[in-house]
Design a protein around this ligand. Structure first.
Ligand SMILES: Nc1ncnc2c1ncn2[C@@H]1O[C@H](COP(=O)(O)OP(=O)(O)OP(=O)(O)O)[C@@H](O)[C@H]1O
Ligand SMILES: [Mg+2]
Length: 225
């Protein structure tokens, strides 16, 4: 049987996810600003690029070439040749580019599809109410279709908002995004360290976690008493 999982480039994250990112589904990392979402995406992208596959990478916030260099090290230039980067400027353009990116997938050998942060442009459109929700749903369903047709793991990141009723910070995008993400990892910021917590998974109990620090070249797992 074909190995269904794709390494995130972080051994502790692979264990947390039951072996890595699952193909044909969307996995979601979410958390506060600066918790490490983009770093985790870049580490996963570099790990897949190192296997010889290509990566499609959406970054509506503007891709940090400098951070990519730090994470990829001396391989950065050759690896970047197989990184197909899209930087949409608004939510409608993001939808159009997601559809257009299928051209890259058709050429084959794409090992990972990243959208970091999937909801930042959605957030900017939220004042338009239901229409933004419908567009988000369309984009996520489109992504799911691509992941299935091309046997791909899709990794998205998501921001949080303050849910004043429950008095907790919750991921954006409502139930549609939570339902369509088959693995969800919450990244918490604690004094001096971060914690990745498995919030939802298809074949593992929720609640597993590991602690890490962000470092010059990526992240490092830390053990805490
Ligand atoms: N070279 C580095 N060495 C150590 N820490 C770094 C380095 N580069 C970035 N960081 C730290 O990483 C954190 C930002 O990580 P990252 O950009 O992955 O977070 P994010 O969750 O994507 O944030 P945002 O919500 O703003 O997109 C910051 O705390 C920053 O100080
Ligand atoms: Mg980021």
């Amino acid at each position: 049987m074909k190995d269904e999982r794709v390494s995130t480039g972080i051994p502790e994250m692979d264990v947390l996810l039951g072996g890595g990112l699952e193909r044909k589904v969307i996995s979601q990392f979410y958390g506060d600003p600066g918790c490490g979402k983009s770093t985790l995406c870049q580490i996963a992208a570099v790990a897949v690029l190192r296997t010889g596959c290509s990566v499609v990478y959406f970054d509506p916030e503007g891709f940090s070439v400098e951070r990519f260099r730090q994470v990829a090290g001396s391989d950065a230039e050759p690896l970047a040749e197989r990184l197909f980067l899209y930087e949409p400027l608004d939510f409608d353009q993001q939808g159009l580019l997601l559809a257009e990116s299928e051209k890259v997938l058709k050429r084959g050998k794409v090992g990972l599809f990243v959208v970091d942060t999937a909801t930042v442009l959605y957030r900017a459109e939220l004042s338009s109410g239901k229409e933004a929700q419908r567009k988000l749903a369309r984009q996520v369903i489109l992504l799911l279709g691509l992941s299935r047709r091309y046997d791909l793991p899709v990794l998205i990141t998501n921001q949080v908002y303050m849910d004043v009723v429950r008095n907790v910070s919750a991921p954006l995008g409502g139930t549609i995004l939570s339902h369509l993400s088959k693995a969800i990892v919450r990244i918490e910021v604690h004094e001096g360290y971060r914690r990745a917590v498995l919030e939802k998974h298809r074949s593992l109990p929720a609640g597993g976690s590991f602690d890490f620090e962000i470092t010059g070249d990526g992240i490092r797992g830390v053990s805490r008493p």
